[in-house]
Design a binder for this molecule. Structure first.
Ligand SMILES: NC(=O)c1ccc[n+]([C@@H]2O[C@H](COP(=O)([O-])OP(=O)(O)OC[C@H]3O[C@@H](n4cnc5c(N)ncnc54)[C@H](O)[C@@H]3O)[C@@H](O)[C@H]2O)c1
Length: 266
């Protein structure tokens, strides 16, 4: 039986991907900083999604290298190896221009959204080199394609760099002829707590204009997780990108938006 580790999997996309893997009989390692939500997530997987796969959960702050190392060590102790590792944990930024952000917020954002994905990959790949197999994925987001918008500049900086990082890691894996696959997941816009909370906790109101766009392009994370997990379990290639909101899909959504009665925010 294969094993997947997902950071930030107490809610949102991480939890929905965990459900999909559990239904496909994977052993699932849930991890997050939110201890209570993590317990709820483990109960949910065990009670509502019975399968041969087992679930363990670990409190892990991805900004702490020792927590990430413990996540690998406990997974290996319990399940012998790590087949798939997903650096999913991430936070949104306060909707402010760069000069109005506190330096502490900028540091915290980049620690979670960028540095943790680098350190997480380094720790996971070291284990995968030892065991001789494995797949590692990062999650793209706004800015990955160079887009800019007031209020998303630091988040976008992190995601743009994340995209570069996985490209570079995939290249190093290829040049070193390692039996490991590296890739990115591009989930588009998901209706999760992320959209209305900065730094994971502070809630803010979305402007009406933004809500309109999210109603057209957004989807609930279970739909996107199902698409992404199907791609991941079939993947045998290095340097891949699994993209939910393609340009074609976005164009069709805009063209048909006058028939679109979705309202995620009321
Ligand atoms: N929601 C969107 O529209 C959207 C779009 C593109 C990309 N993404 C990316 O998708 C990923 C998941 O986002 P989501 O929408 O499910 O958000 P979410 O807020 O629902 O879930 C994120 C999870 O990460 C956890 N987390 C935050 N800081 C952490 C830390 N230091 N250590 C461990 N866990 C931590 C949170 O507790 C939460 O459970 C993120 O990387 C995000 O940047 C989201």
């Amino acid at each position: 039986m294969k094993t997947v580790v997902i950071t930030g999997s107490a809610r949102g996309l991480g939890l929905e991907m965990a459900i999909q893997f559990k239904m496909k009989e994977y052993n699932v390692v849930l991890s997050d900083i939110l201890e209570d939500k993590l317990k709820e997530a483990k109960d949910l997987l065990e009670k509502e999604y019975p399968s041969r796969g087992r679930v363990i959960s670990l409190v892990c702050d991805v900004t702490k290298e020792s927590d990430l190392q413990r996540l690998v060590d406990e997974t290996v102790k319990e399940f012998k190896g790590v087949d798939i590792w997903i650096n999913n944990a991430g936070v949104n930024q306060p909707m402010l221009p760069i000069w109005k952000l506190e330096a502490d917020s900028i540091n915290r954002l980049l620690d979670i959204d960028l540095k943790s994905t680098i350190i997480g990959s380094k720790i996971a790949i070291s284990q995968m080199i030892k065991q001789g197999y494995g797949q590692i994925y990062g999650v793209e987001g706004y800015g990955s394609n160079d887009a800019t918008m007031l209020g998303l500049s630091i988040y976008g900086t992190g995601k743009r760099a994340t995209t570069y990082f996985y490209k570079a890691l995939a290249n190093e894996v290829k040049e070193s002829k390692l039996p490991i696959c590296v890739g990115v997941l591009s989930p588009g816009i998901m209706i999760t707590d992320f959209l209305t909370h900065s730094l994971g906790t502070d809630s803010f109101a979305l402007p009406e204009k933004t809500k309109k766009v999210y109603n057209i392009l957004g989807d609930y994370p279970d739909v996107i997780a199902s698409f992404l997990v199907d791609k991941i379990v079939q993947n045998k290639k290095n340097d891949v990108k699994f993209n939910w909101l393609t340009n074609r899909k976005a164009t069709i959504r805009f063209m048909t938006s006058s028939f679109n009665k979705r309202d995620f925010f009321n």
